[in-house]
Write a protein that binds this ligand. Sequence first.
Ligand code: CAO
Length: 405
Amino acid sequence: MDIEVKMPDIGLDKVEVIEILVDINEKVKLEQGLITVEGDKASMEIPSPISGVVKNIYIKIGEKITTNSLLMMFEVDRIDSLSKKKENYLENYLEKDININFKKKIKTDILFHATPVIRRLARNLNINLSSVIPTGPKNRILKEDIELYQNHLKENILEENNTININNYNKFNTEELELSSIQKITGENLHRNWTTIPHVTQFDEVDITVLEKFRQKYNNEKKIHNKISNNITILVFIIKVVAHALEKFPIFNSSFILNNKKIILKKYINIGFAVDVNNDLFVPVLKDVNKKNIEQLSFELQLLSEKTRKRKLNTSDMTEGCFTVSNLGGIGGSWFSPIINAPEIAILGVSKSQIKPLWNGKEFVPSLMLPLSLSYDHRVINGAYAARFITFIGKLLSDIRLLIM
Ligand code: CAO
């Protein structure tokens, strides 16, 4: 059966055909773009009201057309009986009257502005532009909007797949556990950060033999004089050294503002440290680390750790961080890639130190080596800057006297 496809009423008197999106003999799906027309203020794609094969095209690029201009002849041999929606479209079309719903559909489709390049991109990616949220001037859809929508689609597919997997599990020999509210929040943040920030992780191993000897000697002497005092842990030295490195490499002490592509440099140095409390992850923040000595920092770290374990942190304890240190060394494991805690732009992962043979030019010397993993936002930090930053941290941890230089 042959069906004429005419120009629907899109609320404009005359529009120019700027693109013909299908060819003769092409099989076209319902709502697939047929032509792009341009009015005074915007260009828009006219979707097909039916599925079928294009038999003839009656318009040319550059031609001015109006409502009801004959666009194409379609050969329609079969209506997809599974799709009620498609049947409605066709029935209404056969009555030679453009259905109200179809009109509405066209109206919503043209509420956006998009250049032909963007329309072509959307078509190639099989994306319906009416679903994309425009962020450009005058509601224009930008390439970034399409990319964002594509990511959103991927996430939905992933979520759907996960749902299917859960339903596939046999409830008799498995158990379903609810995620805690903290896990849900941190999970969403981690997922967003992991999928939106281009992470690079730079690894290094640092000789802390001398520092560890000093730390143990200092702690032992303290215990002799003051029995109730707590150990200063290696983490405190790492945090202090990181603060010094942030002063020397200020780009690491910044936030990246995506919308206007700006970097906000911070003039304070607050460092968060990851704390695990029964699988809930918290990041309390030590404030003004550069202005405090190791003893003060150790005291505050213990106080904040205690508060975290008792789940008594308040908002100010967890905000205004500039950089995060995640130390799994007290537990074990060798290397890991930490996820950046946005809007920060880098995070330092620390793993368990181990004695390893280190060549000093003459012989192998048993040395206490601390594994570091620095993940950074590659939009802001380049590899050379990151390598210098982690090398600087390594130097300071190998010889803590450099802190006072
Ligand atoms: N390598 C070797 N030893 C390490 C170490 C490392 N990387 N890090 C800590 N240690 C040592 C400490 O120096 C301390 O030794 P001493 O008893 O000789 O003083 C010992 O391990 C215990 O340290 P600690 O873990 O009690 O204290 P801390 O200051 O290192 O850390 C806190 C405090 C709160 C961060 C920690 O208890 C904690 O919760 N760690 C888990 C962090 C976490 O969950 N990260 C995951 C985030 S991502 O999911």
